[in-house]
Design a protein around this ligand. Structure first.
Ligand SMILES: NC(=O)c1ccc[n+]([C@@H]2O[C@H](COP(=O)([O-])OP(=O)(O)OC[C@H]3O[C@@H](n4cnc5c(N)ncnc54)[C@H](OP(=O)(O)O)[C@@H]3O)[C@@H](O)[C@H]2O)c1
Length: 307
């Protein structure tokens, strides 16, 4: 079900069941990287009382200018928060931030933990179990959309988990995204994200191969992109990535290392479920090599270099 986002109402009292934290919507944001940084900034600018933590202090510090309080640990960020958002690279980093020394779950029971990074099915199950053991409400809510939509508050939030906290989270999600889709029990958000990012990976690979094919045939790949754009064959994402590939500007919007991680997570989920992802299986070895040869931090469009 897609829900239209209500306008965020800064300062609106939020009832979370955690009585001592009900007066103001304090939000802790753990992981202020390419996605998390602008998301946390939007919350702070949107009037929320935001506490931020990042492993690299210099990545969290600029958010102080937006009114966020920079914490020394995830636990410190979470201590006065009703809602804790994690937006970290992967499952291992997220578990460390939750249960390691100074982890967010040290803040005590009753928090709503909104896990928004893309960590895959197995990690989501594991993190949900840890949350349950520690008395936290776990919401599995990865996002669709990259750095631009994160900055613009235009993400699509693939939310799943207990229905009783939807109203509490609506103003927060309203700032972060243009749509929230509630998909059922925790885990379904992550499964949906893997399906979408598997589509993304295959589209990126197909784009790279198409440009390479055209070039080797002696054609001008830019003319092929123009043709694709002029008819329904040219998906907007593929056309945009094709232009990036031809321009050779691989400054990252979505880093290859994360796209590779997501393709690996999709392949794992496919294997566990009995699905066959022939295209994804075929692209993985070259993507691994491309990332390992110094392009992991480049945009996923860098797969064109080896196509
Ligand atoms: N970029 C996109 O287009 C996009 C779109 C949708 C979803 N996602 C997903 O969102 C998540 C974040 O992506 P991003 O693009 O923001 O990545 P990013 O810029 O690389 O940021 C990753 C974050 O994780 C932290 N981190 C990494 N390893 C860590 C560790 N071992 N311990 C503690 N913190 C660690 C980083 O800390 P440092 O600051 O210290 O490096 C940073 O805060 C990923 O799961 C990604 O797949 C990305």
């Amino acid at each position: 079900m897609t829900t239209t986002q209500p306008a965020a109402q800064p300062g609106t009292p939020v009832s979370t069941g955690r009585d001592d934290r009900a007066a103001t919507p304090v939000v802790a944001f753990i992981g202020t990287g390419r996605m998390g940084g602008p998301m946390a900034a939007n919350l702070a600018r949107g009037g929320f009382d935001v506490r931020v933590w990042d492993r690299t202090v210099a990545h969290a510090q600029p958010l102080a200018a937006d009114g966020a309080v920079v914490a020394a640990s995830p636990a410190e960020a979470a201590r006065s928060a009703a809602i804790v958002i994690t937006m970290l690279a992967d499952g291992a980093a997220t578990e460390q931030a939750a249960t390691g020394p100074g982890g967010l779950l040290d803040a005590g029971p009753g928090i709503i933990w909104v896990q928004m990074g893309t960590v895959g099915v197995e990690w989501t199950t594991r993190l949900a179990g840890i949350a349950a053991d520690r008395g936290a409400v776990f919401i599995d809510a990865p996002v669709s959309g990259s750095e631009g939509p994160a900055r613009a508050g235009q993400l699509v939030i693939l939310a799943s988990g207990p229905a009783q906290v939807r109203d509490v989270l609506a103003p927060v999600f309203g700032v972060l995204g243009r749509d929230t889709v509630w998909l059922g029990p925790a885990g379904n958000g992550t499964k949906t994200k893997l399906v979408l990012n598997n589509w993304l990976a295959d589209l990126a690979e197909m784009t790279a191969e198409t440009l390479s094919f055209a070039r080797r045939l002696g054609l001008d790949p830019a003319e092929v992109v123009d043709l694709l754009q002029s008819n329904p064959l040219g998906a907007p994402y593929a056309v945009q990535k094709a232009r990036v590939m031809l321009a050779g500007d691989f400054s990252p919007a979505f880093a290859l290392k994360h796209a590779l991680k997501d393709a690996e997570l999709a392949a794992q989920a496919a294997q566990a479920s009995g699905a066959t992802l022939t295209l994804t299986s075929a692209l993985l070895p070259r993507w691994r090599d491309t990332a390992a040869s110094g392009h992991g931090d480049d945009d996923v469009a860098a797969v064109y270099l080896t196509a």
